[in-house]
Design a binder for this molecule. Structure first.
Ligand SMILES: Nc1nc2c(ncn2[C@@H]2O[C@H](COP(=O)(O)OP(=O)(O)OP(=O)(O)O)[C@@H](O)[C@H]2O)c(=O)[nH]1
Ligand SMILES: [Mg+2]
Length: 397
């Protein structure tokens, strides 16, 4: 018997409608298919005025030196000016990467270009302990009309120094494997941490710049950036900018604070009274509270790292061997360095830059979310969760 074609069509529509009815029992499916779900945010995200709610941060939680709404509007105007007419900082993005990071790096870079650098046109500097492949260069340069530079890291800035006692270092790695400490087994990871702590700013490709923005593979930038964060750093005399902060895994840095105290006692001349000690210690410096800025995002002043005080601090730490005998990370080293050696006013929380490095995200709240046309869920925001240190930073002012 021949079944007419319309019967097949009618049957298929009926099956789809039945499936829809069954799936509608599930709230996620319902929220995505109901008319109010199309193109609009779930109602729980908005207030009656259509503003973002879901805020852990009360509006107006701004630290001194942060731009006012008016400043931001004025700064936003730079975005519409021609490159040649615009005031610019001597600044660049810095990416440390392996050739194998290419795919995940393009993910980060494309977002930075779309959100900011398509108009800002800052250079990109890529650094690697190996030679970058032509493929790496071709795909990264293709994402931007700004200049890309590719550098190889000098061997002495990367590899475990000869004066490190390899037996001792190996025993420590074995112990960390036993304790299941993340990257505890890895020498390259330690090389990377030491390089980021004490050497990246010495690379010849960075010599011409004053400021840098560190970008890692596989991170997200959620919001349009309509002003120039480098100029903010320069104009407000900031040395370090962050988005996320948290507690360090103490088993990776058991003796870092003792070494820091030893350094501080030997060099009081480097330690300003109005520093950010309160961010890193709850007892005036006796013990470390493990707080650090998450250094996979950094906007910083290269000359601070190149300066006498930080160089002395890094050299002192390096001689202790903790980058290899333990697993000192560049996040606690940079954070303690800047909190100890700079006045707290020179540290800036970029709370209007939406950012994620797995597993934590900073999603701007309130007006900042709307201003940046951010696409992160404002209720998914790490800033004032129990494992974040940002409240301590805000409380310092
Ligand atoms: N050239 C080079 N770059 C590296 C090496 N190891 C890590 N990196 C880069 O250093 C940065 C930090 O490394 P990640 O592996 O992201 O370390 P992490 O952020 O602590 O840990 P994840 O949770 O894995 O992201 C990234 O930009 C990496 O691409 C390496 O051996 N060689
Ligand atoms: Mg990473």
């Amino acid at each position: 018997m021949v079944v007419p074609r319309w019967r097949y069509i009618g049957g298929a529509v009926g099956v789809l409608f039945f499936l829809h009815l069954v799936l509608s029992i599930h709230p996620t499916y319902r929220s995505h298919t109901s008319p109010s779900g199309f193109g609009f945010l779930p109602s729980s995200w908005t207030t009656e005025e259509g503003q973002w709610s879901g805020s852990h941060v009360p509006d107006g939680t701004y630290t001194p030196g942060q731009p006012s709404a008016e400043d931001l509007r004025a700064m936003a105007k730079v975005g519409s000016k021609k490159l040649s007419e615009r005031r610019r900082a001597k600044a660049t993005f810095v990416v440390l990467a392996r050739n194998s990071d290419l795919g995940e790096l393009l993910f980060s870079m494309k977002q930075m270009e779309d959100r900011f650098n398509n108009w800002a046109q800052y250079d990109w500097v890529f650094l690697n302990d190996d030679d970058f492949t032509d493929e790496f260069k071709r795909y990264t340069q293709a994402l931007t009309s700004a200049t890309c530079k590719y550098g190889k890291i000098p061997a002495e800035h990367w590899h475990q120094p000869d004066w490190i006692d390899e037996d001792k270092a190996r025993k420590s790695r074995e112990e960390m494997i036993r304790k299941k400490i993340i990257y505890g087994h890895s020498v390259p990871y330690r090389n990377m941490c030491r390089f980021n702590s004490g050497f990246f700013f010495k690379h010849p490709l960075l010599a011409e710049y004053d400021y840098y923005w560190r970008v890692e593979p596989n991170v997200r930038f959620f919001c349009d950036i309509n002003y120039d964060p480098f100029l903010l750093m320069q104009d407000q005399n900031k040395v370090y900018g962050f988005t996320l902060s948290l507690y360090e895994y103490i088993d990776t840095i058991p003796t870092l604070w003792d070494a820091t105290k030893e350094f501080a006692a030997a060099h009081p001349e480097y330690i300003p009274k109005d520093n950010a000690m309160q961010f890193i210690s709850d007892d005036g410096g006796d013990t470390y509270n493990k707080c650090h800025f998450w250094s996979n995002f950094e906007i910083g002043d290269l000359n601070f790292w190149r300066g006498e005080a930080y160089e002395a601090y890094f050299d002192f730490l390096d001689k202790k061997g903790g980058f290899y005998y333990e697993r000192w990370g560049d996040a606690p080293v940079h954070s303690i360095g800047v909190a100890l050696l700079a006045p707290k006013e020179q540290i800036h929380w970029f709370d209007d830059i939406g950012y994620k490095h797995e597993p934590f995200q900073h999603c701007p709240q309130g007006d900042a979310h709307a201003r940046g046309k951010c696409w992160c869920d404002p209720s998914d925001n790490f800033d004032f969760e129990w494992y974040s240190c940002t409240k301590r930073f805000v409380d310092m002012f």
